[in-house]
Design a protein around this ligand. Structure first.
Ligand SMILES: C[S@@+](CC[C@H](N)C(=O)[O-])C[C@H]1O[C@@H](n2cnc3c(N)ncnc32)[C@H](O)[C@@H]1O
Length: 180
C-alpha cells in the first residue's frame, strides 16, 4: 500500500508513523509506504495499466469554490487515469464529510462508463467499508458520507494514449520516502 502526499511535512509525518508501526510490530507493515508527489499529475508514472486493486480517496480537500473544482482529486478526467491503473474489478473508495464534495464524487463515478456501483451485498461483505468510517477520526463524525463504491465494468475503452503519455515523460522529479 502506497500513500501519495503533496506536502513534505505530511509525508514525513506518515513516514514516521509507518516506521513506528514497524518497530512496534516487528515483521509487519513492510508493505506500507508513502511518497511525496502530486498524485493528480503523476499517477500514470507510478503504476502500470491494471496494477492496482484498490484506490482510497479519504477526506480529500473539498475545493468549494467553482473556479477550484478542477483541483478536486475525483473528476471525469482523473477517473480515466484511475481506470487505467486499476485492474478490472478494482475498487475506488471515497469518503468525505463535505456533503457537496460527496455529491460531486458520486456524480463523477456514476457518470463514468468504466465504473459501476457495488451492490449492497458487496458493500456489506467488504471489511474495508466498515474501516472507512470506524478507523479514521473524521469517519466517526456523524455528518460523514461514504460515496458509492464503484469498479471498472470492463476494459473496452482505448487507453493507448495513456501508454504514450507515460512513455513520453522523462525520469521522475519526485523523491520516494525511504524506510529503514
Ligand atoms: C484534507 S487532507 C486529508 C488527509 C488524509 N486523507 C486524512 O484523512 O486525514 C488532504 C490531503 O491531500 C493532500 N493533497 C492535496 N492535493 C494533493 C495532490 N495533488 N497530490 C497528493 N496529495 C495531495 C494535501 O496536502 C492534504 O494533506
Amino acid at each position: 500500500m502506497i500513500g501519495m502526499e503533496l506536502r513534505d511535512k505530511v509525508t514525513e509525518y506518515v513516514k514516521e508513523r509507518v516506521l513506528a508501526l514497524r518497530v512496534a510490530h516487528p515483521g509487519q507493515y513492510r508493505n506500507v509506504s508513502v511518497v511525496r508527489t502530486n498524485s493528480m499529475k503523476y499517477i500514470p508514472n507510478y503504476f502500470e495499466k491494471g496494477q492496482l486493486s484498490k484506490m482510497f480517496f479519504l477526506f480529500p480537500d473539498p475545493h468549494f469554490k467553482e473556479k477550484n473544482h478542477r483541483r478536486r482529486v475525483i473528476s471525469p478526467h482523473l477517473l480515466d487515469e484511475y481506470a487505467y491503473v486499476l485492474g478490472v474489478g478494482g475498487i475506488i473508495y471515497t469518503i468525505t464529510d463535505a456533503e457537496e464534495l460527496g455529491e460531486w464524487m458520486k456524480a463523477c463515478l456514476e457518470g463514468h462508463s468504466m465504473f459501476e456501483a457495488l451492490t449492497d451485498e458487496e458493500l456489506e461483505a467488504d471489511p474495508v467499508v466498515k474501516l472507512l468510517s470506524s478507523a479514521t477520526k473524521e469517519g466517526q463524525k456523524k455528518e460523514t458520507q461514504i460515496s458509492r463504491l464503484l469498479f471498472p465494468r470492463c476494459d473496452h475503452r482505448d487507453h493507448s494514449y495513456l501508454d504514450h503519455f507515460c512513455a513520453s515523460i522523462p525520469g521522475p522529479g519526485w523523491y520516494p520516502a525511504c524506510f529503514a
